[in-house]
Write a protein that binds this ligand. Structure first.
Ligand code: SAH
Length: 282
């Protein structure tokens, strides 16, 4: 199985439809890409037909980055058949082994879900999701996660997301086919791109691009949460044998805040100091 290597990641990141130089705000306002090229991440898809269907759904809406996390039966001729004219997009899909590999460099992570959650999360519909994505700085790397056909996304996967998207389907049957969910999200991105006037500066984009620090990447955030959990164990605040919902609630707090890299460094510095003090007093 092909694994996302550093070079591949750079290929994703340096897609020339995006303006990535956040110091050049004039460029951002005049060369805004027609479509934000969001990474569509299928987590452990089991039916190859759905992978092909997702590729076709994306290509028709000019969304181009498909990432497959450990697909169960792939490659497979059924995927090619369902992709029809989107075979090229399928062939350029990146296959990774873990969700960490897919999200390491992502700044904004969106999770799609057919179900309600016990602990509510910032929740939007597909239309609002596309709007939020277009408010992101051009340099932002964005991923939308889609779950397994039988079980959707696991809680720990949904907990990594800044935002959840639910398509308000019927109460009688809420679960969309995977490729159709990809179609709906891609359609809304497309609609938003058609409304963006490239000739005018986007005030929201320009403002957020001037934030003094870049947002923390997915990998930075994961390391911070591991550090936080370990420190809470060290100070006897958290018992891993009785986890309850503490870590989930803390995750929700931090996705609401949207930490930048400097803030993560400060928080990790505080955690390390606490750990040292506790170690010395034990
Ligand atoms: N039985 C699963 C449904 C999985 S459908 C469950 O109960 O979660 C496969 C994927 O399609 C889901 O993980 C999600 O990514 C997407 N999806 C399906 N229905 C959706 C809906 N109503 N809103 C948002 N995403 C949906």
């Amino acid at each position: 199985m092909a694994v996302l290597k550093k070079d591949d990641r750079e290929t994703i990141l340096t897609d020339d439809t995006l303006v990535t130089d956040s110091n050049d705000n004039a460029a951002v306002s005049t060369k805004v890409a027609a479509v934000r090229d969001v990474r569509m991440v299928l987590v452990n898809p089991s039916h190859p037909g759905n992978i092909g269907g997702a590729a076709r759904a994306m290509k028709t809406m000019a969304v181009n980055q498909l990432v497959l996390v450990s697909p169960r039966n792939y490659p497979d001729p059924r995927a090619v058949w369902r992709a029809a004219g989107a075979r090229d997009l399928l062939e350029s899909a990146i296959i990774v082994e873990t969700l960490d590999d897919a999200l390491a460099d992502c700044d904004l992570i969106v999770g799609t879900s057919a179900r309600d959650r016990r602990i509510p999360w910032p929740l939007v519909d597909a239309h609002e999701c596309a709007k939020k994505i277009y408010e992101e700085p051009q340099s932002s790397k964005i991923a939308i996660l889609f779950g397994r056909e039988d079980r959707g996304l696991k809680n720990e996967e949904l907990n990594r997301c800044h935002l959840h998207v639910h398509v308000p389907t019927s109460d009688a049957y809420s679960s969309l086919n995977l490729a159709m969910a990809v179609q709906i999200l891609s359609y809304e991105l497309r609609m938003r791109s058609l409304q963006v006037d490239d000739s005018k500066p986007n005030p929201v984009v320009d403002t957020t691009d001037q934030w003094d620090e870049p947002f923390a990447s997915g990998a930075d955030v994961e390391r911070f949460h591991e550090h936080l959990a370990q420190t809470l164990v060290d100070i006897d605040f958290f018992d891993p044998d009785q986890p309850k919902q503490l870590l989930t609630r803390l995750r929700r707090l931090f996705v609401r805040v949207r930490l930048d890299r400097m803030e993560i460094n400060i928080l990790r510095g505080i955690l390390s100091t606490v750990q040292e003090k506790v170690k010395r007093n034990k």
